[in-house]
Design a protein. Structure first.
Length: 400
């Protein structure tokens, strides 16, 4: 098995690097769309065409669907590159990557129906907020879900729902717990609510949506965390979507912070602050601060990348994701997002009055970073969860 993994790496790494370089080549196009992305509160049609041409929203799909089937380590790097250019683009990629993994849990014919078209994108809201009543051939689904990032360009939506029998009683799974399923349906079947008016990540169009008594066939539903339903042998799908989100969204945070530091360095080369004796570039105080920022950001990224690389290689080699692997990813990604937030705050202050102008990139990165910091992947409570695992408290039951 180890030999097969090595052989796979020899072919997959060059393929991934080729795709990554193509993504880097369109970053000027992404940057040029900043104003339109914020004004329209979604990714522009021209930009979406470029992203679809490169297959960006197919990186986590099975290879049978012309997907990349890339590891969380690789997906995080893509999210970082995209977010450095535009946080909303990086975020939509990360959200779409987690959603697209559902293809591995569907019948191949059904998966092709949803993900076959070149412009196919699945988006869904957070949390199990719907109700699915079991009926002949499927479920009657009702619910309202929030935060469906990418809903502006999505072709399909999903709704995580608690399952009930036709008599209204909860339907229990084999563990005696109420079952839940994710129902997939075309976006046109849902009522979209225009409620994404926010300070950051404006272009993600993370709106809420509603369906009422919508019949969803059995084959268009899945339990995304039940490995018994997974139809693919690819190691990527051993990872729960929550950890893929953590990998991608921490990449988004690092990309925003990297862009902020680089912007600060560019400004410092020409700016002299009012009443200052020297330019920012020549100031020993500024030189010290920027070096500290570089160390802080680089350290957080090195930790995150090291963990994701090691765990990805291990899972792709052994086809097993250990509880310790989960804990490491959760800790490294949470730390990366919070350190990135701190870096962006420090950059904003160091940039002085320049940071408040919409014509400069600082206030936009500040807003985007603080929108990222409010998402569940950045919660401080993750430290407690991992800490309990480290101290052998609830080590087998802790959900990460």
């Amino acid at each position: 098995m180890a030999t097969a993994s090595v052989d796979r790496d020899k072919t997959e790494i060059p393929k991934f690097q080729k795709w990554l370089e193509k993504i880097k080549s369109i970053t000027p196009i992404i940057k040029a769309a900043h104003a339109d992305i914020d004004d329209q509160r979604c990714l522009t049609d021209n930009l979406l065409n470029k992203l679809h041409e490169l297959g960006v929203f197919r990186f986590s799909l099975p290879q049978e669907l012309n997907g990349g089937q890339f590891s969380p380590y690789q997906l995080s790097q893509v999210a970082e590159v995209l977010a450095k250019a535009d946080a909303s683009v990086g975020w939509c990629f990360g959200q779409g990557s987690g959603c697209a993994m559902s293809a591995a849990f569907l019948d191949p014919k059904t998966a092709k129906t949803i993900f076959g078209p070149k412009n196919s994108v699945l988006a869904w809201g957070a949390g199990i907020a719907g109700k699915a009543i079991k009926c002949d051939g499927g479920y009657m689904v009702s619910g309202t879900w929030q935060f469906a990032s990418g809903s502006g360009h999505a072709t399909w939506l999903g709704g995580h729902s608690k399952v009930f029998n036709s008599n209204g009683e909860p339907l229990l799974n084999t563990n005696g717990v109420q079952a839940d399923r994710t129902a997939l349906f075309q976006k046109v079947a849902a009522t979209i609510h225009d409620d994404w008016h926010v300070i950051g990540l404006k272009g993600t169009r993370s709106e809420s949506y509603t369906v009422t008594n919508l019949f969803v066939p059995e084959e268009l539903t899945l339990d995304r965390e039940n490995q018994d339903e997974c139809r693919s042998q690819a190691p990527l799908y051993i990872f729960p979507t929550t950890l893929v989100y953590a990998s991608c969204f921490s990449g988004v945070g690092l990309g925003i912070a990297r862009g902020a530091v680089d912007d600060l360095i560019d400004v410092a080369k020409t700016k002299t602050q009012r009443s200052a004796r020297s330019s920012m570039r020549e100031s020993p105080v500024f030189q010290t601060k920027v070096a500290e920022l570089e160390a802080q950001l680089s350290s957080a990224r090195a930790y995150q990348q090291s963990v994701l690389s090691r765990v990805s290689c291990s899972v792709f080699r052994t086809n097993e994701l250990l509880q310790n692997d989960r804990a490491e990813i959760r800790l490294a990604t949470t730390y990366a997002i919070n350190q990135a937030t701190d870096v962006v705050e420090k950059v904003y202050k160091l940039a002085g009055s320049t940071a408040i102008f919409e014509s400069r990139p600082f206030e936009r990165r500040f807003r985007d970073m603080h929108a990222v910091s409010q998402q569940m992947q950045a919660r401080q409570s993750h430290y407690e969860t991992v800490g309990r695992y480290i101290m052998d408290l609830d080590s087998e039951s802790v959900h990460m």
